[in-house]
Write a protein of this length. Structure first.
Length: 120
């Protein structure tokens, strides 16, 4: 699949089909009896790259949230309040996605270790 498929337009949320495909691929690899270590490692790499994208997005959201909060006294309270709400919701969704991804990658990493031990 590759990292580029997971991110369109700089935002990971723009390509949910690719994210679903990554999750399906992780589940399929764990369930597969062939134990293709090359594919497992490539999927782990893609997943970790996506996790980095999510972490970068979280950093950008946190930075914008702080900026918007500092701008509150200077103007449009209703507009800034709506922006803060939106940023907070996006930050929550990002945290949830990152947590889910890390859990699934952890499962695949443990499975890869098993495959390595059995393959030795």
């Amino acid at each position: 699949m590759g990292r580029a498929a997971l991110v369109v337009g700089g935002s990971p949320a723009k390509n949910p089909a690719a994210v679903s495909e990554l999750y399906e691929q992780i589940a399929a690899l764990i369930a597969d009896s062939e134990r293709d270590l090359d594919t497992i490692e490539r999927t782990l790499t893609d997943g970790y790259a996506y996790a980095l994208v999510l972490e970068a997005e979280r950093w950008r959201l946190e930075k914008r949230l702080a900026e918007a909060a500092q701008e509150l006294p200077a103007g449009d309270l209703a507009g800034k309040g709506a922006e803060l709400t939106g940023l907070s919701q996006r930050l929550d969704a990002n945290a949830s996605e990152l947590s889910s991804l890390r859990a699934r990658l952890g499962e695949l990493r443990r499975y890869a270790e098993t495959v390595r031990v059995v393959g030795v």
